[in-house]
Design a protein around this ligand. Structure first.
Ligand SMILES: *[C@@H]1O[C@H](CO)[C@@H](O)[C@H](O)[C@H]1NC(C)=O
Ligand SMILES: *[C@@H]1O[C@H](CO)[C@@H](O)[C@H](O)[C@H]1NC(C)=O
Ligand SMILES: *[C@@H]1O[C@H](CO)[C@@H](O)[C@H](O)[C@H]1NC(C)=O
Length: 726
């Protein structure tokens, strides 16, 4: 009998416990009666936060409340009738529960709801009717759930909504037009999801009232269609994998003020990318992979005040970029690879220019005076060369000094002049900023070539700073460093003919210019017309064996098929008179094919090394690899310095591969040896063990024997003396 009662009691309490755990307490309408919430009669606000609730209270009194806080409980599910009777409810907070399911029509009984907060639960899906009949809802927050799908019609009834927060979920995709009914929505938060864009994705369709959208931390590859967002003022797409800004992305968003596209991988900006951004005040393109901005792309940004371009891959800025940015106050181009700043005459309003950590070698007086309002200029971390061009900059820093911390004053950081390296420019005197007039040094006056072949005419100009080289062709046409054409000037100042034509014959004048002056020299090109072969021989048929000697740029190319005259042995090339501004007499050098390194060449090597350190060093390396041609006059295209450095790297790679191969072999042998040794050792130990030769073994064997003897002794011979040890 007692047993039966006991069983029943246990069973009942078990069931009760389970019921409790399941939230199946005595309930009416799916809710439960609770007496622990605090209810403020005057404000009709019920506070049930952190009451360990597993269900929505169903007390009649509470049902007359206007607002109810149910946060930090353990409610797992909102059922169809969970809120039945809560007819007055306008504010509902059920954040920080364990809700994983919103039943269909979960809130249909609370249709006067205005604020619904369901943040930080475990909801995975939003069904078609979860929010139906919430036509008065203004704020809906679903942040920090694990929502991965939203039904296309889920928000159809939310016509009055102003703010929707879906941040921090697991959305990868949103159906087209999912927000289409929410034309009153002003703020939409979709950050920290995993949204990707299908082609022409239209999930933002219909959001005509949207002012602020946060899309950062997603996986978009482009900016979604913003066509209907004609009231948008702020767009944040930080860290969203965007690669391109396409034409007319913003054409219908004329109200946009802040556009933040930082931390993407934007490499392409199409020419009409910013069309329509006439009211934008801030454009943040920092931390992308932008190497260039097309001309005119920035011109719609007439009201832009802040342009952030730091940490990109820009190498060139041009005046044209800024033509219409008359309102710009802050320009940040820190951490790019810009070598030179252009005139920025249209930036009347610029007050702050941050150009730190670029490759700027100088800062022209013209650029400086084109920026009348500038009061802060950050130039540290560049390669400023303290020559006469920097005088104006120094003056500028001295006069506008107080605005700058001493650490913000740039230093002389170029290799030359050595004596000034590391000095802050404001600590120098005007006399320290020196330039030297160019001089031209060349050894070739005449070149004969066959039409159809290629040719590289070299012109080495000394001076400080390094002179800019331009070439004047026979017809008076001037070639400067620039785009790749049949005839072009390379970065090193060589004039490159990809294929020579008959009409190229004539005198070519190379002109070296730097701020201290100019110098020039003339080379005559004779072109032999092609006769029989329609295709010019690309490679000269007879290439003599390459001499092993290390040759330099100025080495007369001894593999050329061209005929040039040789200097008498021991003669030195004559360099241009220093300081002359006119033409320079040049001695002609002819090299026979078979000629090896001569004194002349050595002499030239030294001169060249002194005059044009960086290039000549690079070329020296190149020539030590291949002596096919020198830059002075090459029969074929000289491998460009990048190519040659690649070739050099290849060599290194081969070497390192060899090295790795070698060490791998060594490693294998070592491992094999170790294995063999270990095996031998194990075998030896085994044998030793078998024979009982191990010291520890001997000890234990002895002990065992002793113990055995003792035992036998005690059992058998009582009274007799036992041997204490063996
Ligand atoms: C963007 O516009 C420019 C200028 O009109 C045009 O050249 C370019 O082809 C356009 N790009 C695309 C993808 O349509
Ligand atoms: C070089 O000169 C020699 C002798 O003057 C001549 O026979 C030869 O054809 C010339 N070679 C070229 C490529 O002009
Ligand atoms: C020459 O090369 C060195 C290292 O390669 C570099 O630091 C220096 O700035 C270069 N000088 C010039 C004038 O380009």
């Amino acid at each position: 009998m007692e047993l039966v009662i006991c069983k029943i009691v246990v069973l009942v309490s078990l069931v009760c416990g389970l019921c409790w755990a399941q939230g199946l307490q005595p309930s009416t309408n799916g809710g439960c009666v609770i007496n622990t919430c605090s209810y403020a009669r005057d404000t009709r606000a019920m506070d049930c936060e952190s009451r360990q609730l597993v269900c929505v209270p169903s007390n009649t009194l509470y049902k007359s409340s206007d607002s109810i806080k149910l946060g930090q409980n353990t409610i797992t599910r909102i059922k169809q009738n969970s809120f039945s009777g809560y007819t007055r409810l306008t504010q509902l907070d059920i954040s920080n529960n364990l809700i994983s399911v919103l039943d269909p029509l979960a809130f249909h009984t609370v249709s006067s709801l205005q604020t619904l907060l369901i943040n930080f639960n475990q909801i995975t899906q939003i069904g078609a009717t979860a929010f139906s009949s919430l036509r008065k809802l203004i704020v809906l927050q679903l942040q920090g759930n694990i929502i991965n799908s939203i039904h296309q019609n889920a928000f159809n009834d939310l016509v009055g909504i102003r703010e929707l927060n879906l941040a921090g979920n697991r959305l990868t995709n949103l159906p087209d037009g999912v927000f289409a009914a929410m034309s009153a929505m002003q703020m939409l938060f979709l950050q920290e999801n995993q949204l990707v864009l299908s082609a022409n994705s239209q999930f933002l369709r219909g959001l005509r009232g949207l002012q602020d959208i946060d899309l950062d931390g997603n996986r978009f590859s482009a900016i979604p269609r913003l066509d209907d967002l004609s009231r948008l003022t702020a767009l944040d797409m930080t860290d969203s994998h965007v690669t391109i800004i396409s034409n007319n992305t913003f054409q219908n968003t004329a109200t946009l003020r802040d556009v933040v596209l930082s931390g993407n991988i934007i490499s392409t900006i199409e020419p009409l990318a910013f069309n329509g951004l006439g009211n934008a005040v801030e454009l943040d393109l920092s931390n992308n992979a932008i190497a260039d901005i097309p001309f005119g792309a920035l011109s719609p940004l007439r009201n832009l005040e802040t342009l952030l371009l730091q940490s990109n891959l820009m190498t060139v800025l041009r005046s044209e970029h800024f033509v219409h940015l008359a309102s710009l106050r802050t320009l940040n181009i820190e951490g790019n690879q810009i070598k030179r700043l252009p005139l920025m005459a249209s930036l009347h309003s610029l007050t702050l220019l941050n150009a730190k950590a670029n490759l700027l070698e100088t800062f022209d007086q013209e650029t400086l005076s084109s920026l009348p309002r500038m009061n802060k200029l950050q130039l540290t971390g560049n390669r400023l060369q303290c020559d006469c061009r920097l005088k104006a900059l120094q003056q500028w820093y001295i006069t506008s000094g107080p605005a700058h911390h001493p650490h913000e004053i740039p230093q002389c950081s170029a290799a030359q002049p050595v004596a000034l390296r590391g000095r802050r420019i404001t600590t120098l005197s005007q006399g320290d900023f020196v330039c030297e007039t160019p001089t031209i040094q060349s050894v070739v006056r005449q070149v004969h070539k066959t039409a159809g072949s290629s040719l590289q005419l070299s012109c080495i100009a000394n001076g400080f700073p390094d002179p800019q080289i331009t070439w004047m062709a026979p017809g008076g046409f001037v070639y400067t460093f620039g785009p790749s054409n049949r005839i072009m000037v390379t970065e090193n100042g060589e004039l490159l003919f990809k294929t020579i034509e008959n009409r190229d014959q004539g005198e070519y004048t190379c002109i070296g210019i730097n701020p201290a002056g100019r110098a020039s020299a003339t080379i005559t090109l004779r072109v032999t017309p092609i006769r029989n072969p329609p295709n010019p021989p690309k490679n000269p048929p007879a290439v003599p064996p390459k001499p092993p000697a290390v040759l330099t740029t100025t080495q007369p190319p001894n593999v050329l098929p061209n005929n040039v005259t040789t200097l008498p042995a021991g003669a030195h090339p004559v360099t241009a008179n220093p300081g002359t501004n006119g033409r320079t007499e040049i001695v002609t050098v002819v090299t026979e094919k078979s000629q090896t390194v001569s004194d002349t060449v050595k002499e030239i090597t030294e001169i060249d090394l002194g005059s044009n350190r960086n290039h000549s060093n690079a070329d020296q390396d190149k020539d030590s690899k291949s002596t096919e041609s020198g830059p002075f006059l090459g029969s074929d295209l000289t491998p460009s310095s990048t190519q040659s450095s690649l070739a050099r790297n290849d060599g290194n790679d081969v070497a390192s591969v060899c090295f790795i191969g070698y060490t791998l072999g060594g490693l294998l042998v070592a491992m094999l040896c170790t294995c063999l040794l270990t095996m031998a050792c194990v075998i030896a130990l085994f044998i030793a063990w078998r024979k009982g030769l191990l010291p520890s073994q001997m000890k234990t064997v002895n002990e065992q024997k002793a113990r055995l003897v003792n035992m036998i002794c005690r059992r058998e011979s009582v009274g007799e003396e036992c041997p204490t040890a063996l």
